[in-house]
Design a protein around this ligand. Structure first.
Ligand SMILES: [Cu+2]
Length: 266
């Protein structure tokens, strides 16, 4: 008499592989549910919360746009296919609607516990540019400075409250550091004069970077009166008062920033 057990097992295995959703669907649903609860531990879910929204716009006559200067000799080896290094100047990006990108907006809220991520935040150097012009991290976050290029770069931090360092990164290497104190830090590469980024270390969960239109949104604020602090690498600092009403409503803000006075200004 023949033993049919192997055939039966093969048939059952075939059924399982042809019906994967039966097996995996509950897991997928569970993960989505977890990702949709980015609550601050200091803010109880049964209390009213408001969202601070607004725009940061440029006031005055628009400054002329100017590309970065990238000497050919210094850019040698920066790209694997011989293409030119991007000369896009990201220091002051003003949209046609006058919105200013990359303005850091922070709001202090008493009693909050910082949600410091366990995983490092990566700031990469790719084709002789930093992959993010401004990156915001919570104080205490590990930052992984990465060099994805074949040529060496370095990470030169111009910090005042955190210990500054100047570390060479050989091709395809990385270096980790932790910034414990809140400040906006200029980061340069001494090999490539045009490479610059800003690492904004903040000590509040309530922050945002403005988008290309100068817009920002900071959710999860309990009712109360606050001060929104603003920082931009070229335009400096500013602040504006805001209030979240008892029902959670919050009037949208419009903040105007102007160029700093210089010898070329009137
Ligand atoms: Cu470099």
């Amino acid at each position: 008499m023949k033993n049919h057990t192997p055939l039966l097992l093969l048939a059952l295995a075939g059924f399982a592989f042809s019906n994967p959703t039966v097996v995996y669907a509950p897991d997928v649903v569970l993960r989505v549910a977890q990702d949709e609860t980015p609550q601050d531990p200091a803010v109880k879910s049964d209390v009213v919360q408001g969202t601070a929204t607004g725009r940061v716009v440029f006031e005055g006559s628009l400054p002329p746009k100017k590309d970065l200067t990238i000497p050919e000799a210094a850019a040698k080896g920066c790209t694997s296919d011989g293409s030119k290094v991007s000369a896009q100047n990201m220091q002051l990006m003003i949209h046609e609607d006058r919105g200013i990108a990359n303005v850091l907006v922070t709001i202090e809220v008493e009693g909050q516990k910082l949600r410091v991520p366990k995983e490092p935040v990566v700031l990469d150097q790719i084709q002789c540019r930093f992959d993010q012009h401004v990156v915001v991290v919570l104080a205490g976050t590990t930052i992984s400075f990465r060099n994805s290029d074949a040529v060496p770069h370095n990470v030169h931090t111009f910090s005042r409250k955190n210990k500054p360092f100047n570390r060479t990164l050989p091709g395809h290497s990385s270096y980790e550091a932790v910034m414990e104190r809140a400040e906006s830090i200029q980061i340069s590469c001494d090999f490539h004069s045009w490479m610059r980024s800003y690492l904004c270390v903040v000590d509040t969960n309530f922050y945002a970077l403005t988008d290309a239109h100068g817009a920002f949104s900071i959710p999860g604020l309990p009712p109360g009166e606050y001060t929104a602090k603003l920082w931009h690498e070229k335009l400096g600092r500013s602040s504006v008062a805001l209030a979240v009403a008892a029902d959670g409503t919050c009037k949208p803000l419009e903040v105007k920033l102007a160029a700093k006075q210089s010898r070329r200004s009137k």
